[in-house]
Design a protein around this ligand. Sequence first.
Ligand code: ADP
Ligand code: F6P
Length: 324
Amino acid sequence: MAKEINTIGVLTSGGDAPGMNAAIRAVVRKARANGKKVKGIRRGYQGLLEEDIIDMGRESVSDILDKGGTILFTARCSEFRTEEGQRKGAEICKKHGIDGLVVIGGDGSFAGAQKLAAFGVNTVGVPGTIDLDIACTEYTIGFDTAVNTAMQAIDKVRDTSTSHERCSIIEVMGRNAGYIALWCGIANGAESILIPEQYDYDEQKIINDIVANRKSGKKHYIIINAEGIGHSTSMARRIEAATGMETRATILGYMQRGGNPTCRDRVYATMMGGLAVDLLCQGKSNRVVGYKNGEFKDFDIDEALGMNKGVPTYMVQVSSDMAK
Ligand code: ADP
Ligand code: F6P
């Protein structure tokens, strides 16, 4: 028989992402609607091991739907990667009466949830990362806000690049994934998009393209470079030396992770937080929520972590055709 859930815990873990607050709010409100209590665990698995646990009533999540960041704070915790840490975490959950846990984070955080499930705590993961690098889902909380923030910043860099007739290399986040770079590259009309999944490190090809563009009268040349490739500053120096075109590097950095979530991030985060609670209330565990083919669904964590995201090849093809 499925374990009866009375108290649901919620934590955010890994890099923060706009919309995480909307997901926390959804967990608290949906749990209350289902007649369950909620405890918030602050600072991810680190806070769990330190028993930084608070009761979360209705008011605790008022006025947070539109706020970036996470009111529960977030952290990375190396102790939780050890079996001893995971066993201790499960014992702390039991001590505080937490029989179901919603983990909002990325693949690493899900690996932690998987371990807790093995130690008897029912867990459901909700994908929260600006990187969009979770294979089982076409949507992750925060990506939409982050790409819109980055796109607006790149528009501004483009203005000054055109005025000075410069080449600009703009580096965007994404860890080892190129989704932010690819989406911004398309949305900002970049001449070149470098993503780790595809880049062949043939800088001469870019240099030749810059020279050809210059000859054809183009005033700027925008390169969107993914964090997973990096080295934008040294790349700028080499490109300037080889082409004679003034070249600047801009690393957008943490501004991409902050700010008010977009409508999509608020709505989808609310749906996913709500679904996670329903799954726990149905006695499910070791699941992760995703969005696939127009539907919110759940997947087995073991299977989800084993999936390969791959490169959206048609998107890559179209993006490069746009620059021809
Ligand atoms: P994300 O969740 O965004 O992928 P991280 O990879 O930094 O971010 O993971 C967040 C946290 O999840 C880590 O600091 C660690 O506490 C926990 N974690 C990551 N991988 C594992 C693992 N294999 N086993 C247990 N816990 C893990
Ligand atoms: O996973 C989100 C993310 O912002 C990545 O894009 C980036 O590589 C990483 O987190 C940066 O992490 P930190 O906050 O530890 O510097």
